[in-house]
Design a protein around this ligand. Sequence first.
Ligand code: GAL
Length: 416
Amino acid sequence: MGNITKIAAATIGLAAALSASAGEVEVLHYWTSGGEAKSAAELKKIMQAKGHTWRDFAVAGGGGDSAMTVLKSRVISGNPPSAAQVKGPAIQEWAAEGVLANMNGLAKAEKWDDALPKVVANVMKYQGNYVAAPVNVHRVNWLWGSADALKKAGVSAMPTTWDAFFAAADKLKAAGLIPVAHGGQNWQDFTTFESVVLGVGGPKFYQDALVKLDPKALGSDTMKQSLETFRRIKSYTDPAAPGRDWNLATAMLIQGKAGFQLMGDWAKGEFLAAGKVPGKDFLCAAAPGTANAFTFNVDSFIFFKLKDPAAQKAQSDLASALMSSGFQEVFNLNKGSIPVRTGQNMDKFDDCAKLSSKDFTETAKNGGLVPSVAHGMAIAPATEGAIKDVVSQFWNDDKVSVADAMKQIATAAKTQ
Ligand code: GAL
């Protein structure tokens, strides 16, 4: 073989080797706000560095309702993406359809069982096989405060009880500010509602009422009190709340126009992306009455069965990246959540994340760790949807009485 022929052969060989390992990953997610997009970009960077092509499949809409609709139609038409942001009991539903890939080979090689809390690992498995990988733990029961707005209104500390919360809200109102920034969408209504139930009734009541859907708990005085407290919060929101996106509600705190927001810690990602400093520009505290509890929301990706070997390799590299300690650090620093891998170093994280990490560990021991219903962690999607609708109707229509809402929630809880 002449030199030129040798070089040509080597080049062809190299190209063939590259194309055998470089594939495309199409990843469906709903991370489109400022902080979320920055977090998703970290994943894209890692995949590109591995030589793969990243096809972004972002479907806007907080909480992911629109993304799930789009995903269903793609899978039904026989053209699933490589991976999709799906979590909680919905993972089992997708796996039962027989469309998910078995990731056990990688999970064994990388010792995922050792890296994850057992409760989380179980959610990622279907019939003992890994079909999904988790990236974080979001805490949902947070209250965010705008330092500027609170200062203007003379509120000196974040409230730890609902009484103190309403007293502070009155001060904000008197100062001409919007006490509570809210976005009227059903997942946001329920994000507020579940924090109220947790704060009013405590973790045991939360479990009985919202997770076990026990009719006795749903018909109790504590439920009545929770709905009354929830309705009272609405009177501190502004008329433009209906339909507002959650990140626009966070922006109202960033701009000092509103005092509080009840939202999971993806809101922190938004403050950080706007250059705001925790403890100085904005404050984080457990939602009133919930300091000893933690509503968890674990973001994860499911992996679809693919035929093309290069696409399978890219998918496996994606799963490996998601579970890597380096990615979990940089991703969660941007996202506002904490890594789901156990024993992860928290030195680079801020005080809100450190508090979250400490409370996650402590509540796991004392029974205060509960799954978020608003964020698809607790009950079957159909039941969750039915209950959310009823709670939002109650929030939106002052003519629906507390007693009626209680009956409607109990009926919706039977939806399968
Ligand atoms: C949650 C999701 C978060 C964040 C939020 C707003 O359900 O777990 O990652 O995206 O919705 O869309």
